[in-house]
Each structure stands twice: as C-alpha cells, then as structure tokens.
Design a protein around this ligand. Structure first.
Ligand code: CMP
Length: 140
C-alpha cells in the first residue's frame, strides 16, 4: 500500500476534556505523521457544510450543534495506508462497539460525542482536507 493522506478532527467532547495530546499520541504511535494541524471554532453553518452528506439523517442538527459547541483540532495525517490505519486507531463509531485500545473505546462518550472523525475514502479525504487547509499548509 502506498503513502496516503487522511483528514482528522479531534471533536469538542475531546478538546473540552484536554485529550488532544492523548489522542495524538495514539495516532503517532500507529506510525501516522501529523503534517498539518490547527485549532478552530466552527460556526454551525460551517459544520453543516462539512457534514452535508448527512443532511437527511435524524441526528444532523444535533451533530452540527455539537461540532460548533467548542473548539476542534483539524489535522492531516500521512502514512502507509493512512485512511484504513487511522480508522483502525479510531475504532467503531459507537464506543460500545469499539475495540480495546482504540481512541473511541478509551475516550468517546457516545455515538454522537465520539471524540474523533476520520475520512472514509481517498475522494472524501481529498475533499475534507481541501475544506480546511490550503496546499501550502501541508508540510509533511
Ligand atoms: P463522524 O465519523 O464524524 O461522521 C458522522 C458523525 O455522525 C459520526 O462521526 C458521529 O459523530 C455522528 N453520528 C453517527 N450516528 C449518530 C447517531 N445515531 N446519533 C448522533 N450522532 C451520530
């Protein structure tokens, strides 16, 4: 598998509980490099655009409110098979189903307040990275 990039968010439930460093320790331990990173506070509209693919879901409004409730850390990860590697480190969306040692098993509160986001495919990774970062900000 080639070197890939993926997009990561450390969500409000995690930044609020001061878990940014603990989460990134797991990411780096998995061999992923953080090649871009910033702390931002999204508006509900910005969160809504990011999660537009979920607009028809019953939890959409709650999700956008949550993502705009506190600062988040957005970052780009690079490494071997980065999309699948990071999804493995994150664990299942629902922390009750997440494997031992994963970020969501150790830190997530619920299916909604689940501490991290990660891209699910190369196309979405490219779109999500471009939503938050200019090319010059990716410094791997
Ligand atoms: P994420 O990987 O960021 O992509 C979509 C998000 O929707 C997901 O993580 C969860 O935080 C959220 N989500 C998924 N299912 C539910 C649910 N049943 N209730 C609330 N939020 C959800």
């Amino acid at each position: 598998m080639a070197i890939q990039r993926t997009f990561s968010i450390i969500k409000p439930d995690a930044t609020k509980r001061n878990l940014t460093g603990a989460i990134n320790a797991k990411i780096e331990a998995a061999g992923l490099r953080i090649i871009a990173q910033k702390r931002i506070h999204m508006t509900k509209a910005q969160a809504g655009q990011f999660y537009a693919v979920h607009a028809a879901r019953p939890f959409y409004d709650e999700l956008c409110e949550f993502m705009a409730s506190e600062p988040v850390v957005v970052q780009v990860l690079e490494g071997e098979d980065a999309i699948a590697t990071y999804r493995g480190v994150m664990g299942a969306t629902d922390p009750a189903e997440a494997a031992e040692g994963t970020i969501r098993k150790d830190f997530a509160i619920s299916k909604g307040e689940n501490s991290v986001h990660g891209s699910d495919a190369p196309e979405t990774a490219a779109e999500e990275i471009a939503y938050f970062f200019a090319g010059l900000e990716l410094v791997g």
